[in-house]
Design a protein around this ligand. Structure first.
Ligand code: 6PG
Length: 484
């Protein structure tokens, strides 16, 4: 350990409470957050100059710079707790390999990155086999959340969670006085829940973008849109993403004076957590059509050059939104709110399916509760989701909860009018319409799957059940032969 003279003050303990490995934006801010809660933090970064700069910029804080992994490990009180804030993927495995020979039985490694939950399961088993303890913790909130209070989704054994609980609870965001962290479940459960959080984040963002696109087509100025989102942020759509949208829309580009948002190229990036959510949903036969549409919308947006070329080749109607602005705002509000409910209903259904499959015993009400603060999807209506699962933990679908059912029944007319308006104006609203399609399919007593079963039986003798016979009894028809 090489504490500088300034750090070696009387307030410094012999050994630190936590080690933070990786001083990129999230690691740096988490280290400062932990330190500000009366903990001493040792920090390590592969490039020592980063550590040096970090320490210099935070003079007088209980931060201990370390130059090597060995120094980091030696600087920590037992059982050692090391929070890895390195890029998800191979870097996590590499650093774990380097740490193993330095650690002692019972020491705890926490992966705070966006790791895939199956990697977390593998690492958990591996570290356990070495006598070490592992926590895969999803951490949401970006730079500001990391510094001031993120939402934390830790997975791993209860006994390890209990050791980490004091640190996690003190650094997490607080919502109505409660820390936005709780033990999610064993193994990869924490990172799994973070992945679903991110999928839902994709859905929320795309829905907001579709509302913006409709307003734009209806001739709203950026300032009018900003005012609309700001007003919405006072009501039942109140959420961080609505809030930042309102702020972003009124921002002007310093170079041109034009609305900043209009200067930004319409080509979305993505790091992969939304896509992981889709793959997992497909593997488990759970419909998450809103998130699906959101991921695909990003993919299509990225084909900018193709879209520009196609815009000259493929025809569509002229946008023709004639509804008065206040009325349009009210209708789009309902479309957004209803679609958002559907998106969360789908995300929650996927959580429930995986919880049963993996025996994670996820507490969906509690998960919604820890998303109320700190994280990117923080929103007022999460309280309602918590209430829904607290009053009925076996709720088959969030849309059937009395509160949400009421909202959907009230919003559905405006919702379909918005989708119809968009379709007849040639404006793509993939997430609004996918959500509505799910709503209409889920509430349909009879779907056209009878014809589909006939087709399957026709070409493959796959058999079908009959409406007038007990479930499970299979039938086959000798369909006419097709010539040619
Ligand atoms: C969070 C965010 C965070 C990150 C996303 C961005 O919860 O703090 O989700 O994890 O910003 O991974 O993801 P994309 O780059 O895929 O949009």
């Amino acid at each position: 350990m090489t504490p500088t003279a300034k750090q070696a003050t009387a307030t410094m303990k012999q050994q630190s409470d936590l080690g933070v490995l990786g001083l990129a934006v999230m690691g740096r801010n988490l280290a400062l957050n932990v330190e500000s809660h009366d903990f001493q933090v040792s920090v390590y970064n592969r490039t020592y100059s980063t550590t040096d700069e970090f320490i210099a910029a935070n003079d007088g804080k209980r931060l201990v710079p370390t130059r090597t992994l060995d120094e980091l490990v030696q600087s920590l009180a037992s059982p050692r707790k090391i929070l890895l804030m390195v890029k998800a993927g191979a870097a996590v495995d590499a650093v774990i390999e380097q740490l193993i020979p330095l650690l002692e039985r019972g020491d705890i490694v926490i992966d705070g990155g966006n790791s895939h939950y199956t990697d977390t399961e593998r690492r958990d088993a591996y570290l356990t086999s070495k006598g070490l303890r592992f926590i895969g913790a999803g951490i949401s909130g970006g730079e500001e959340g990391a510094r001031k209070g993120p939402s934390i989704m830790p997975g791993g054994p209860t006994s390890t969670w209990e050791v980490m609980q004091p640190i996690f609870e003190s650094i997490a965001a607080k919502a109505e006085g409660e820390p936005c962290v709780s033990h999610i479940g064993p193994g990869g459960a924490g990172h799994y829940v973070k992945m679903i959080h991110n999928g839902i984040e994709y859905g929320d963002m795309q829905l907001i973008c579709e509302a913006y696109n409709l307003f734009k087509a209806a001739g709203f100025t950026s300032d009018e849109m900003a005012a609309t989102f700001k007003r919405w942020n006072e009501g039942d759509l109140q959420s961080y993403l609505i809030q930042i949208t309102g702020i972003a829309l009124e921002q002007k580009d310093p170079q041109t004076g034009a609305p900043m948002v209009e200067i930004i190229l319409d080509k979305a990036g993505q790091k992969g957590t939304g896509r992981w959510t889709l793959i997992n949903a497909a593997e488990n036969a759970v419909v998450i059509s809103t998130i699906n549409a959101a991921v695909e919308a990003r993919v299509l947006s990225a084909l900018k050059e193709q879209r520009v070329a196609a815009s000259r080749e493929l025809q569509g109607p002229k946008a023709n939104i004639t509804v008065a602005k206040p009325e349009l705002v009210a209708k789009v509000h309902d479309a957004l709110y209803a679609s958002k409910i559907v998106s969360y209903a789908q995300g929650m259904a996927l959580l429930m399916t995986m919880s049963e499959k993996k025996d994670w015993q996820l507490d969906l009400g509690q998960i919604a509760a820890i998303w109320r603060g700190g994280c990117i999807i923080r929103a007022r209506f999460l309280n309602r989701i918590t209430d829904a699962y607290r009053s009925n933990p076996a709720l088959a679908n969030l849309m059937l909860d009395p509160f949400f059912k009421g909202v959907l029944n009230k919003a559905q007319q405006n919702w379909r009018e918005v989708v119809a308006m968009a379709v007849s104006s040639g404006i793509a609203v993939p997430a609004f319409s996918a959500s509505l399609g799910y709503y209409d399919s889920y509430r349909a007593e009879r779907l056209p799957a009878n014809l589909l079963q006939a087709q399957r039986d026709f070409f493959g003798a796959h058999t079908y059940e009959r409406v007038d016979k007990p479930p499970g009894e299979r039938f086959h028809t000798q369909w006419p032969e097709v010539i040619g």
